[in-house]
Design a protein around this ligand. Structure first.
Ligand code: FES
Ligand code: FES
Length: 87
C-alpha cells in the first residue's frame, strides 16, 4: 500500500491586521483561531475544517486583558507580537 500524501495545509487568512483585546479568566482554556476563517475571532468556531490547520489551545494563567493575534502571522501565538505592522 502506498504511503498517503500528507494533508496539505492551506494558508492562514488574515482576519484583521490588528490584535483582538480579550478578557481571559484564570484557569480557562481558550481555542485561538489559527486559520483566520472563524466568524468568532479571535476564537475558533470550527471553520478550519478542510484546511489542515487546527486551533491553538491556550490556558490562561491569570485573569487579565490579553491581545490575541488577528493577522495569524505572529511568532508567539496566540498573542500579537507586532508582526501585523509589516503585513
Ligand atoms: Fe480557525 Fe478553527 S476556525 S482554527
Ligand atoms: Fe498578528 Fe499582531 S495581530 S502579530
Amino acid at each position: 500500500m502506498a504511503d498517503q500524501e500528507p494533508v496539505t495545509k492551506t494558508a492562514a487568512l488574515i482576519a484583521q491586521k490588528a490584535p483582538y483585546g480579550v478578557d481571559v479568566e484564570a484557569g480557562k482554556t481558550y481555542y485561538w483561531c489559527a486559520c483566520g476563517r472563524s466568524a468568532k475571532q479571535p476564537f475558533c468556531d470550527g471553520s478550519h475544517k478542510g484546511t489542515g490547520i487546527t486551533p491553538l489551545a491556550h490556558q490562561a494563567e491569570k485573569s487579565a486583558k490579553v491581545w490575541m493575534c488577528g493577522c495569524k502571522a505572529t511568532k508567539t501565538p496566540p498573542f500579537c507580537d507586532g508582526t501585523h505592522k509589516s503585513l
